[in-house]
Design a protein. Structure first.
Length: 49
């Protein structure tokens, strides 16, 4: 959680709010990869890429 707090403080202080969608997309993509690795849905998810 500390990393997220520091990133938010950085974005707020430097007015770098354009980084937020990039970070959210990266987290969602990482979560999808982790979820797809151990699931029966993996073949269907991999067809998206």
């Amino acid at each position: 959680m500390e990393l997220i707090k520091e990133l938010w403080k950085f974005m707020k202080a430097r007015k770098k709010f354009w980084l937020l969608p990039i970070l959210v997309f990266a987290l969602l993509l990482g979560g999808l990869v982790v979820f797809a690795e151990g699931s029966a849905l993996a073949p269907f998810i991999y067809t998206l890429f």
